[in-house]
Each structure stands twice: as C-alpha cells, then as structure tokens.
Write a protein that binds this ligand. Structure first.
Ligand code: P6P
Length: 336
C-alpha cells in the first residue's frame, strides 16, 4: 500500500511487529487515543461557538484556572481509555492523584499505564492559537494481578513503550512513536480518518530557530543567557530566528519539521522550570530521540531522570541535536 494514503489503522496493523510487547493491547491503546483525539478535535474546533471555553471556575492541581476545554478533554481521554479496558491506571495533569482502573480491570490484568496532558497550551484556546494533547505509555512494573501503584507511574522516561501528541492546529495531526521511529498522521475531518502524512519524521541535525520565553531572560541561569546571546550574534549562520507560540507541542512540532530548539529552563522564579517531567517532557523527549533529535535538562538526558513525584517539573531543552548539545556546552562552561 502506498504510504501517502495509508490510514492510521492500516499503519498500526502493518507495523504490529515493531511493537515490542504483546501486539493487540498497544494497538488498541493507540486506537483509543485516536478516538478521543477526534472527539476533542471536534470541540476544540468549535470552542469559539459554544459555551465550553473560558475558565471552568475550578483550579487544578497546578494552581491554574481550569479552562472548560481542559476539563472536557481530560474527561474524554480518561473515559475513552477506561472504556477500552486496556489500562490499569491513568495519570493526568488535571488530576491530583493517579486513577486506578478497577471498574473494567477488577482482576488487575491490564498491563499499561497512560499519563496525559489532555490539553497543553490551554491558555491559548481563548485567543485561537493551536493547542495539543500529550500522552505517554508504560508497561506496569508491579505484578499483574495486583492493584496499580504510584511506582508504576514513576518510571524513567526511557521505559516508555509509546508516546505521542495531537496538535490541534491549522490541521489536526497525531504524531507518535513506539520506539521504531516517529510518524505523523493528519486528520481528514470530512470523514474522521487520520492519514499517514509525515512518515519517518526526523529533527534536522541543526537548525536556525530558537524557542524560549525571552520575557524570563533576567531570571535564567547564566548558561542559558549566554546561549541566547549566541543565537542573536551576527556570526556565521547567525543570528537565528526566534519563534515562540507558547504552546510546547506546536513549538516542538514546527522545530521537528524545520529544525530548531525549544527551551523551558529553570529560573529564579521556577527552580525546576514550568514543564512537567512525566506527561510533558518525557513523551516529547522520547519522540525527539526517536526523530534523531535530543532532549536534555541542560546537563543530562531527560529520559534518564528517575521521577520522585507525579507532577514534578524539569528544565527542558529539546530539538535539533547540535543545538541541544550547544546549549549544554554553554551550561557546563557557565559553571567553570
Ligand atoms: P510561558 C502551556 O501552558 C505550557 O505548558 C507549554 O505548552 C508552553 O510551552 C509553556 O507552558 C508556555 O509557558 O511561561 O512561556 O507562558
């Protein structure tokens, strides 16, 4: 079958063998995320028309005002995952604690846990800027047949069996990896089908785009300040272009296609940065590495961090390999 008109469903079947684990379950998991993405996409695209935008009046565990679409997307993904009876537990940016799935999995036979940021960049919803869903999938580490525990969620990122994102932009795309490269699928909204549009996505080794909230410049570590000045200097192929959407999925997606680096460093305001390790940094890092890019906390590999808490944060530098290595060099030099 020619790749250009292969559907996501056909792709999953054709690439079954690349799934390291029992085939059916992981395929069904990706398919359940596909379904939820279509439902959320439908409502994200009409957010301006019906009363589901604007704060829900509640404050989530992050201390952020919950937008109604956040609440809606969170419920949709959780509901779809539970109904498919594949997972034993779910963690979400919008949930204080993890959810143990006992309803459908009363004998605790399901083997996977899913961690999600149901609607990343939600502050952009009201201004009609693209937002995204991020997901991360692990096999449980505690014995099947026993209740899922926090330990099943606090795994280092290199243990992920799959990760991906949905970007609700000028078109809706599902981009994911199961450890055998990264592939992007674009939704045809007329028929509700995702088609393989970006096979074997790869970060260009180098790039000329840097993405960071420069409003925080004075609060950044010296190494980051030095790197930003390096990007702005008239020398060789520089100055680079600064592009920052304020929606990590969109910034990283663009940089994967064009080349570039996304940075959310720690600062004197946020001692570990803003982004969440488990359901933002790790899945995007898995994708970045599978796309021949790199993801670092400024000194080491994001995927090697041993998590200690569900909602912990991490400094995040992700994108073209040479650019991430350059900022690591500046970070090391600033300590000398
Ligand atoms: P700031 C969205 O809220 C998000 O989590 C990421 O998608 C985005 O990159 C970042 O925060 C933007 O944060 O502080 O620059 O507005």
């Amino acid at each position: 079958m020619s790749q250009t008109n292969q559907t996501l469903g056909e792709f999953i079947i054709e690439n079954q063998s690349s799934f390291k684990y029992t085939s059916g379950e992981l395929s069904r998991l990706i398919n359940s995320i596909r379904l939820a993405a279509k439902v959320v996409n439908h409502d994200v695209n009409k957010a301006g028309l019906v009363d589901i935008i604007g704060a829900a009046g509640e404050v989530n565990v992050q201390g952020e005002n919950q937008q109604k679409l956040d609440v809606y997307a969170n419920k949709k993904f959780i509901q779809t995952l539970i109904n498919r009876n594949i997972v034993c537990g779910i963690a979400s940016e919008e949930e204080d604690d993890f959810i143990a799935i006992n309803s459908q999995d009363e004998n605790h036979q399901n083997k996977y846990v899913v961690l999600i940021d149901p609607l990343d960049g939600s502050s952009n919803i009201d201004v009609n800027v693209s937002v995204g869903t991020i997901f991360s999938i692990y096999r449980r580490v505690t014995p099947v047949g026993t209740p899922v525990t926090l330990e099943d969620f606090l795994q280092p990122g290199h243990q992920q069996v799959a990760a991906g994102y949905v970007i609700y932009g000028t078109s809706t795309m599902l981009v994911y990896t199961t450890g055998a490269g990264v592939n992007g699928f674009t939704l045809n909204p007329a028929i509700g089908t995702f088609y393989l549009s970006h096979p074997n996505m790869r970060f260009p080794e180098d790039g000329k785009i840097y993405s960071v909230n420069e409003g925080n410049y004075t609060h950044f570590p010296q190494g980051v300040k030095d790197y930003i000045k390096y990007c702005q200097m008239e020398e060789g192929d520089r100055p680079y272009t600064s592009r920052y959407i304020g929606s990590m999925v969109s910034d990283i997606h663009r940089n994967m296609i064009k080349g570039g680096i996304f940075m959310y460093p720690k600062s004197s305001k946020d001692s570990n940065g803003k982004l969440r390790l488990l359901y933002e940094c790790n899945p995007m890092a898995f994708i970045a590495e599978q796309a021949h890019g790199k993801a670092s906390d400024g000194f080491g590999r994001i995927l090697d961090i041993q998590p200690t808490a569900l909602h912990e944060r991490a400094p995040f530098f992700c994108g073209s390999k040479n650019m991430v290595e350059k900022v690591e060099e500046f970070m090391r030099n600033s300590l000398k």
